[in-house]
Design a protein. Structure first.
Length: 467
């Protein structure tokens, strides 16, 4: 009985122990269930957050498996690539990469699978869109513990194009700046300090980049008249245009040159500078002055010489004439003769002869010297001593004729009168010789009583000869 009661007592204790353990186990299970539910909830929330971030991200995103296949993409990825989700998922990312980038990215991927730190997590690359176009992108790589990779990338094509355009623009500016045939300089609007000059500036002025490092155009004494610079700066400050204005500048060796100067205000880092260009016109001014002097001398000659000077084109039409030549036609202004020809002023036969002479000069290139008789439409006649030559351009091509004619009418009339006198004298001498021959014969004749009559004839002949 005692053993039986003891057994019951032990059984009761064991039962209470089991009940206690059960209660503890139940509490543990309930605690585990609560914690497990929290983990599940947290995991679900994390997954929802990941998907939300993944899907709603403004960057194109893709989840890539270790075998390079794409297992997940977002809407931006589809928009950027042109592929639908169904088309994108299952593709290898290597199918999207152009050859010039493929090997580099494969090397990054191999190194990343061995040690993520051995590959960059951000870099630029290009990829094919579905339509075959190439896009430039900036990618960010995140390596997961299960060797999967999350990629996010943004389209930087427009940015790269802008960079290329800017680079090209800078290259063009730099090339234009350095290769321009005129002196270009950037100076401080405040104190005239030179910031940068081009090669032509050095070639024209003699000042090098080293010369201008710490000096200004004022201290270098480049401006011959400093008031010119002050006026230029004032004009620019007030918004006026400074374009193709002539100033004088002093070269490094002290020589004074003339320059055609243009300038404008530019801003660099919120500071005002003057971008200027100067064309050296010293030689052109000298040539211009020489040309002016030459034209002045030619005009003086053409306006005052009494001879007739004329220039004609290949059709024998007048291009330019001396004033005396113009006046001889009854005109007052040389312009009134331009474009006209000898046919407008001379009888047709005379004009044709002169035209043929000029065409022969154009054909052969040989000059003509001659005295010619002319009859004008008004009936007036003149004799001219003329020299006519081929008119050539700077290449030596004959483009017309030019000549000079001197009115020798008075000389020709005097010559004709002299010739007439000589003829009369020769005739008188012949008559006199004949008479004396007769006298000599008469003296030998017995009829010499007729001599007084013969002497009267001699006297008449002598008077005629003297007149």
């Amino acid at each position: 009985m005692n053993d039986q009661e003891k057994t019951k007592e032990e059984l009761s204790k064991e039962l209470k122990k089991l009940q206690k353990e059960y209660t503890a186990l139940k509490e543990s299970f309930e605690k585990y269930s609560t914690e497990h539910k929290w983990v599940e909830d947290a995991l679900r929330t994390s997954e929802e957050n990941f998907r939300s971030i993944f899907e709603d991200n403004s960057a194109a995103m893709a989840l890539i498996e270790p075998d390079t296949t794409v297992s997940m993409v977002n809407e931006e990825y589809c928009r950027l690539s042109g592929y639908t989700r169904q088309e994108a998922i299952g593709m290898s990312w290597t199918q999207l990469i152009p050859p010039q980038d493929l090997e580099r990215l494969k090397e990054y991927n191999r190194n990343r699978l061995i040690n993520p730190k051995d590959s960059p997590d951000k870099y630029e690359f290009t990829f094919y869109q579905k339509n075959g176009n190439i896009k430039q992108t900036l990618v960010s790589i995140t390596m997961l513990s299960n060797r999967r990779v999350i990629t996010s990338f943004v389209d930087i094509t427009a940015h790269k194009q802008a960079e290329a355009a800017l680079r090209e623009s800078e290259e063009k500016y730099s090339n234009a700046f350095q290769t321009a045939p005129y002196a270009i300089a950037i100076t401080s609007a405040k104190d005239g300090k030179l910031i940068e000059i081009n090669d032509a500036f050095t070639s024209i002025t003699g000042f090098t980049q080293e010369d201008i490092t710490s000096d200004s155009t004022v201290s270098l004494n480049i401006w011959v008249d400093i008031e010119d610079r002050k006026g230029m700066v004032t004009a620019l400050t007030e918004g006026s245009e400074v374009k193709c204005r002539e100033f004088q500048f002093r070269k490094k060796n002290g020589e004074i040159i003339s320059g055609l100067f243009s300038a404008q205000i530019i801003h660099i880092n919120d500071k005002r500078f003057i971008l200027s260009s100067t064309q050296d016109i010293t030689e052109s001014k000298r040539a211009e002055e020489a040309l002016f002097q030459e034209r002045y001398l030619l005009s003086t000659l053409m306006d005052n010489i009494p001879d007739h000077i004329y220039f004609k084109d290949r059709k024998s039409c007048f291009l330019r004439n001396s004033r005396a030549h113009v006046l001889s036609f009854g005109l007052s202004d040389p312009k009134h003769l331009v474009g006209k020809s000898d046919f407008d002023f001379f009888e047709k036969e005379i004009a044709r002869r002169q035209y043929n002479d000029e065409q022969e000069i154009i054909r052969t290139g040989q000059p003509i010297n001659k005295e010619e008789f002319t009859v004008r439409n008004d009936g007036s006649t003149n004799w001219y001593s003329s020299t006519k030559m081929p008119l050539r351009d700077t290449d030596g091509t004959i483009v017309g004729t030019f000549g000079i004619s001197r009115d020798v009418t008075d000389r020709k009339l005097a010559e004709e009168e002299l010739n007439l006198k000589n003829e009369q004298l020769n005739k008188a001498n012949a008559e006199k010789d004949k008479f004396f021959s007769i006298i000599a014969h008469d003296l030998r004749s017995p009829f010499y009583f007729t001599l007084p009559n013969r002497m009267d004839e001699v006297t008449k002949l002598e008077k005629a000869e003297l007149s």
